[in-house]
Design a protein around this ligand. Structure first.
Ligand code: 5GP
Length: 210
């Protein structure tokens, strides 16, 4: 990309258990030009997280104040906590010619799509129900109740896949990262949500297990 070009706005959403975090990490290492947008959240910081790197951790009052002054490009409540993307930050990076990656939930993606027709939106799907459940159970820190809720939420999140421009099925990290890199670089035709083969595969995943 030349310096005179403006950057792209890439929006990535996935249900919990789709393997999004690892995939995003892999994508960012393949596409060093792509910058990760650090969100604001009212969620308490986890022990392995750093303020200003993983998120900007703020109080509900601070979050509400940002919302009241229209500081968010999008914001949403996810799992009882609030999350939002700073519009000023995103716009300044795009104006400076950098492409920026928003890793947000489907509600936020919907808001971005409504406000920014130039946004490239991608939904990441787990390869199947069994694998989804296995991945959700793999997080040893969560209780059974939390797992069941996450499973329900994941299935409900997945029903929004066709609202996105692109869909990537994460059955293999390498292949999924390559597909994402192609989308980021404007060559993601096979991953478009109107691709009949892809539609059939996604419908199979959604139908499996009732
Ligand atoms: P976690 O708390 O596990 O890091 O993230 C929980 C969910 O919040 C994930 O689905 C993640 O994509 C979503 N999320 C993270 N940042 C944002 C944001 O700025 N806006 C929206 N709408 N969702 C976000």
């Amino acid at each position: 990309m030349t310096e005179t070009e403006t950057g792209r706005l890439i929006v990535l959403a996935a249900p919990s258990g789709a393997g999004k975090t690892t995939l995003v990490h892999e994508l960012l290492s393949r596409e060093p030009e792509l910058e990760f947008s650090i969100s604001y959240t009212t969620r308490p910081k986890r022990p392995n997280e750093t303020d200003g790197e993983d998120y900007f951790f703020v109080t509900k009052a601070e979050f509400d104040a940002m919302r009241d002054r229209n500081a968010f490009l999008e914001h949403a409540e996810v799992f009882d906590n609030w999350y939002g993307t700073s519009e000023e930050y995103v716009q300044s990076r795009i104006d400076a010619g950098h492409s920026i990656l928003l890793e947000i939930d489907w509600q936020g993606a919907q808001q971005v799509r409504d406000r920014r027709s130039d946004a490239v939106t991608v939904f990441i799907m787990p390869p199947g129900r069994e694998e989804l459940e296995r991945r959700l159970r793999g997080r040893q820190t969560d209780s059974e109740q939390v797992i069941q809720r996450r499973l329900r939420d994941a299935l409900s999140d997945m029903s929004h896949w066709s609202e996105f421009g692109f869909v990537v099925i994460n059955d293999n990290l390498d292949a999924a990262a390559a597909q994402l890199a192609a989308i980021v670089n404007g060559r993601g035709e096979v991953s478009q949500t109107d691709n009949p083969e892809l539609i059939a595969r996604v419908e199979e995943i959604l139908a499996a297990g009732g």
